[in-house]
Design a protein around this ligand. Structure first.
Ligand code: ATP
Length: 354
């Protein structure tokens, strides 16, 4: 087992595209670390550089105490699991699992013991004699995971391994990966563009945008205090309302008059952007105390909650309400802030200021 230390990693492709820009990451030994960001932000390039499949332009990568910049993938002692399962179609599960071990020249008794152990951990015992064509997508992905596992690598690198699975299977596999990682205690770096996956899996999450690192934090840190407007708009479903405000009469106020509890250190006398979660707002009957007038634009009933979009002061606000709330589209209502002080951003630098 080993931590992974990435220092000033920079990758410029021959056509001039800068995919990763001086990224520093310190992934702890035994951590389930998620790299999250939209398509093209540089996640895969970073992971491939760690795996040794892509050579960085500059910067250092250490796995444990070893500087691996010049080591070929096979000597880095890590296992990579991809979005596409990459199983050998002509081999049965047991031989797909045994393949990397036989390639290493391990004695057959050891190979059998390790295959049996991995099959047990991923509940593949009944599938050991099937070929990939007779396995479902979820089962194939479990075999791919088991094949990474048998090698007992120092770290696992997972590149969107759940993308091809349907929603229910994805949720199951998330639980399985989390459980597996906790059992093994092996460092795991998991790449995804799906923020729900990142939040539910990661001990910590790194958010990347256009090759740059925007934030590293626990799921709650990232949710409660996004480090930049990019992170604020990216994390959460639906995401935060980003409201232009100024400090006035003890509150953050929008031009529509909505009053928001201010953080104590919110700078005065200049425009700010408040990141207000949909659950920190409330739709109420028109005219209620502390509410500004609004109109219901839409109501999305999701079973356990209703997401309202209300229009107030010339802009739309997303509000999360209990399923019992009843406000009809087009109804005149009120909206007010009920949460604690929100994170506040500078509109120019787009960084968190309070
Ligand atoms: P996705 O989720 O779509 O895989 P990603 O975050 O993993 O995206 P990368 O695949 O790392 O992003 O790509 C980062 C940037 O580098 C993108 O702009 C991409 O177009 C570019 N890129 C990737 N590979 C190459 C290449 N071989 N040559 C030139 N540019 C590349």
């Amino acid at each position: 087992m080993a931590g992974i230390e990435i220092t000033a990693l920079h990758k410029r492709y021959p056509d001039g595209t800068v995919a990763v820009e001086r990224v520093d990451l310190s992934i702890r030994d035994g951590e389930l670390f998620v790299m999250l960001g939209p398509s093209g932000c540089g996640k895969t390039t970073t992971l491939r550089a760690v795996a040794g499949l892509e050579r960085q332009t500059s910067g250092d990568i250490r796995i444990g105490d070893t500087l691996v910049n010049d080591l070929p993938p096979a000597e880095r002692d890590i296992a990579m699991v991809f979005q596409f399962y990459a199983l050998y179609p002509h081999l049965r599960t047991r031989d797909n699992l045994a393949f990397p071990l036989r390639a290493e020249g391990l004695p057959e008794t050891e190979v059998r013991a390790r295959v049996a152990e991995a099959a047990r951990m991923l509940q593949l015992e009944k599938l050991l004699d099937r070929r990939p064509a007779r396995l479902s997508g979820g089962e194939q992905q479990r075999v791919a995971l088991a094949r990474a596992l048998v090698r007992r690598p120092r770290a696992f690198l997972m590149d969107e391994p759940l993308t091809n699975l349907d929603a229910e299977l994805r949720a199951d596999m998330r639980t399985e990966i989390k459980h597996l990682q906790a059992q093994l205690g092996t460092t795991m770096v998991h790449v995804t563009h799906d923020q729900v996956e990142a939040m539910s899996l990661g001990h910590r999450i790194a958010i990347l945008n256009k090759g740059r690192l925007e934030q590293v934090g626990t799921p709650l840190e990232v949710y409660n205090r996004p480090a930049s407007l990019f992170c604020a708009a990216f994390i959460g479903s639906p995401p935060m309302n980003l409201l232009e405000v100024e400090v006035s009469e003890g509150a953050l106020r929008t031009s529509g008059g909505l009053a928001i509890l201010p953080p104590p250190d919110a700078p005065r006398g200049r425009p700010l952007v408040a990141g207000v979660r949909p659950e920190a707002l409330e739709v109420v009957a028109a005219g209620e105390a502390g509410a500004v007038p609004a109109r219901v634009v839409s109501a999305e009933a999701l079973g356990d909650e209703i997401i309202y979009v209300v229009s107030s002061g010339g802009r739309d606000l997303r509000v999360r309400m209990p399923p019992t709330s009843r406000f009809a589209p087009d109804a005149p209502v009120g909206v007010r802030h009920t949460g604690g002080p929100p994170p506040v951003y500078d509109p120019t630098s787009e960084e968190l200021v309070a």
